[in-house]
Design a protein around this ligand. Sequence first.
Ligand code: HEM
Length: 189
Amino acid sequence: MPESARTHYGSIAQIFHWITAILVLIAFIYGPGGSEQRVYLPSRDFDRQLHETLGLCVFALASLRVMWRLVDKQPDPPQIARWMEIAGKSVQGLLYLLLFAVPMTAIAGAWLEGHPLTLLAGLQIQSPVGAAHDLGLRSAKIHTQLGDAILWLAGLHALAAIYHHAVLKDRVLTSMLPRWLRLRQADGR
Ligand code: HEM
């Protein structure tokens, strides 16, 4: 391998990746499912507020991450079969799309249904648009479907990374691990 080869993502790209993964997972767990009446019950305020706050953080992080990606140096592509590279890039592209589409359909859904965004600490963001209830309901439904889809796709993406590491024994997974973890692995600890 040439001396100048870049074999892993930079630490800021790694932080974006792992924080996003954790926030998406917790937002999914606290998804306020059910009918509109149920979602907006006072007894479900905390779950909904936590969910909406985490979801907005995911949205903000995804925006910053895309901007960072434009200026950050990417690792050299791993030496893997062409079809695997195309499949991996396609899943990553879809994940990026969903990181925007999932929050955007939720925000549109809540606002068009006539609800403000309700965040932790009692913060509210009022709707800047008039209500169009049926459209809002449809957007909220698409949001729940895309919310499920992002989890399935992230699961597939994680399984593929584990396969690369355990079976193909290449550096796809380790390229997203921090230096201290890579060192521990190299030591066999
Ligand atoms: C990546 C971020 C997000 C993920 C993974 C996600 C995931 C989900 C999932 C899976 C559900 C359905 C829960 C169930 O059926 O039990 C749901 C519902 C919901 N989410 Fe999100 N969500 C995210 C971001 C947001 C944001 C930013 C908001 C802010 C408005 C939001 C508001 C809602 C609401 C209000 C519902 C209930 C929808 C309804 O049926 O009316 N979500 N979310």
